[in-house]
Design a protein around this ligand. Structure first.
Ligand SMILES: [Ca+2]
Ligand SMILES: [Ca+2]
Ligand SMILES: [Ca+2]
Ligand SMILES: [Ca+2]
Ligand SMILES: [Zn+2]
Length: 592
């Protein structure tokens, strides 16, 4: 888990690949002694082990090496800095040899907004890596990168991530970023954190033998504590997570690192701390929140978004608060439903759910800002679920639990620290033991690539269904008096509209423009009913017809009256649907 080991691993793996390259021509390398498994690059230019969690330096190294190996496919930059001054790395992945990356419909992906929810970072990184490594092998990936851009920010909370990886923690800590706050109002900030009593890097539970305690030891697994039945004598009392009262105020671990919740800090349905715990001082008070917002505002081509969390196996959509139900109108919910329900098939054990209804109320959350303030179709996957232990709904019995059983049978007991004696300055002789920090919420190493691939596939599906506009046809008819009538059909060939209903209601992005160049435009129309030949004239700027939106899998028709014999070119320019041009003889061949 330490960065030096990780980097050394990377360099060693790179050395092996370089040596192999010297020995064999590229075409033979892939077959040397091995048959490639499908879905994985047989001979990656950037070898990465997807069974571990990378620190900030290693994330930057993987990004730089992808950029070096694939300069026309991946570029590393930063969208800003964290509280502690770390870069918020951005990997822009597209086919840079085709079109303008910032004008292609784009998918924004981030992870790790909650410090302890680490695997979103690996899944975001895996997505960049898979797309780069597979584009030459899989035509679908090739065409995806020609038409789409991926903006991938592996972690938008690198300080909290570093704390989780390198400091003693529970599976649930820290959730906050590392900016110091006074949680208990005593004038001191972060003065009483966890204390790793046995120095093993994990914060586990404390217990003390006590016949009046209400806990007993499981006969199935002595590491597991069970609540005594109401009429049964107990054996132990539990004393909470490892810690001492550092400031002598009579409370243990009451003001830990942070505390604010980065996913309650967004300027959509934000509420102050007395309504929404963790909201912090005001929306965008955190530099990480501001950096993402500024990036999204500067990139109106973002048409889809995914923000990875853990855990529970959920494909979440908004709204966070019930009060926002009307914001998610039927027409957009239908698109969410198609993608979300397919996700349940791509991700066994995952359920497609709505935040406020199925989880809890969230005020000022990221996914609601993306959709509410920017009209972007956004999902948040809660990665990893107890379904994954035995590929069934977990069977938790009185004396055993699926996670403990999985640890015994598949991890050989590595995930849970057995109870052992320590001396506590306030409690005397006690024992500590329990679940290690990278268990139950993070994914065991040997299952991480599977989780990464399936979530990548879900997000790639969403990306493939972002709007994509085309000039479908251009037809010309001669009229009297030297005039001609030009009729163009504009198609959106994907599921999502060029403007969601939320985008249209608040006019968030400009209309789609359909522009005629060549002859002089006398009049321009939007055809509202092509069967009955009903058209609506656009008197202002008739050469550039404005379409409010092009719905998913549908067309719009526009018409002009023009004077002059110059060649006709029609261009559709949609902020979220891309740019395309054609003449009457098709794409790239303007003519009469
Ligand atoms: Ca304090
Ligand atoms: Ca410990
Ligand atoms: Ca204290
Ligand atoms: Ca403490
Ligand atoms: Zn979370």
């Amino acid at each position: 888990m330490r960065s030096m080991v990780t980097l050394r691993d990377c360099l060693r793996a790179a050395g092996v690949a370089a040596a192999a390259a010297l020995l064999l021509p590229a075409s033979a390398r892939a077959q040397a002694g091995a048959l490639a498994g499908l879905g994985s690059p047989p001979d990656p230019k950037v070898p990465v082990s997807w069974d571990r969690y990378y620190d900030h330096a290693a994330i930057g190294t993987i990004g730089r090496r992808l950029q070096q190996a694939y300069p026309d496919r991946c570029r590393l930059s930063t969208i800003g800095k964290s509280v502690a001054g770390r870069d918020l790395w951005l990997l822009t992945v597209t086919d840079f040899t085709v079109g303008d990356a910032n004008r292609k419909p784009a998918m924004y992906i981030d992870g790790n907004i909650h410090s302890n929810e680490i695997q979103g970072t690996e899944i975001a990184l895996y997505t960049a890596w898979y797309l780069c490594e597979m584009a030459d092998r899989v035509p679908f990936v090739d065409s995806l990168l020609r038409d789409r851009t991926f903006y991938i920010v592996p972690t938008i909370n690198p300080d909290g991530r570093e704390n989780f990886l390198k400091e003693p923690n529970t599976p649930h800590s820290p959730r906050s970023g590392v900016g110091a706050r006074d949680d208990d109002g005593d004038g001191l900030m972060d003065e009483d954190d966890f204390d790793d009593l046995d120095g093993d890097g994990n914060i586990t539970q404390m217990r003390r033998r006590d016949p009046n305690g209400r806990w007993i030891v499981s006969p199935e697994d002595p590491r597991l504590m069970i609540r005594a039945r109401p009429d049964q004598p107990g054996e132990y009392e539990l004393l909470g997570y490892e810690g001492i009262d550092n400031d002598g105020d009579g409370r243990v671990n009451e003001d830990r690192v942070g505390y604010y919740d980065p996913n309650r800090n967004w300027p959509w349905q934000w509420q102050p701390t007395y309504v929404q715990n963790g909201a912090d001082h005001y929306p965008t008070s955190l530099p990480e929140t501001r950096a993402v917002i500024e990036f999204v505002l500067a990139h109106p081509n973002i048409a889809g978004a995914q923000s990875y969390h853990n855990n529970g196996g959920m494909i979440l959509r908004g709204p966070g608060p019930k009060q926002d139900e009307d914001t998610y109108r039927r027409e957009d919910v239908q698109v969410y439903d198609v993608i979300g329900k397919l996700g349940e098939e791509i991700l066994p054990g995952y359920r497609y759910l709505t935040v406020w209804k199925d989880l809890y109320t969230v005020w000022g959350g990221e996914l609601d800002w993306f959709y509410g303030a920017r009209g972007i179709l956004t999902f948040s996957n809660e990665l990893w679920t107890a379904f994954g232990y035995f590929e069934e709904e977990p069977k938790n019995e009185r004396y055993d639990r699926a996670d403990y059983k999985f640890d015994r049978l598949l991890l050989m007991g590595e995930a849970i620290v057995p109870w052992h004696v320590v001396q506590h300055p306030q409690y005397g002789t006690i024992e500590v033991g329990g679940v290690k920090k990278q268990y139950t919420r993070a994914i065991p190493g040997f299952l991480l690539a599977n989780e990464a691939h399936r979530n990548m596939a879900f997000t790639v599906y969403q990306a493939s269904q972002m709007p994509l506009v085309r000039v479908d046809s251009v037809a010309i008819r001669n009229l009297s008096g030297g005039l001609r009538e030009v009729t163009a059909i504009i198609a959106n060939t994907r599921l999502a509209p060029t403007h969601t209903s939320q985008d249209r209601r608040h006019q968030i992005t400009r209309p789609d423009w359909v522009t005629l160049t060549g002859p002089q435009v006398v009049a321009g129309f939007r055809v509202t009913d092509s069967r009955q030949n009903i058209a609506e004239e656009q008197k202002h700027h008739p050469e550039r017809i404005e379409l409010e939106s092009v719905a998913g899998m549908s067309t719009e028709t526009v018409r002009w009256i023009v004077r002059g014999n110059q060649a006709v070119t029609v261009t559709v320019d949609s902020e979220k649907g891309g740019v395309d041009s054609a003449g009457p003889r098709g794409r790239g061949a303007a003519g009469q």
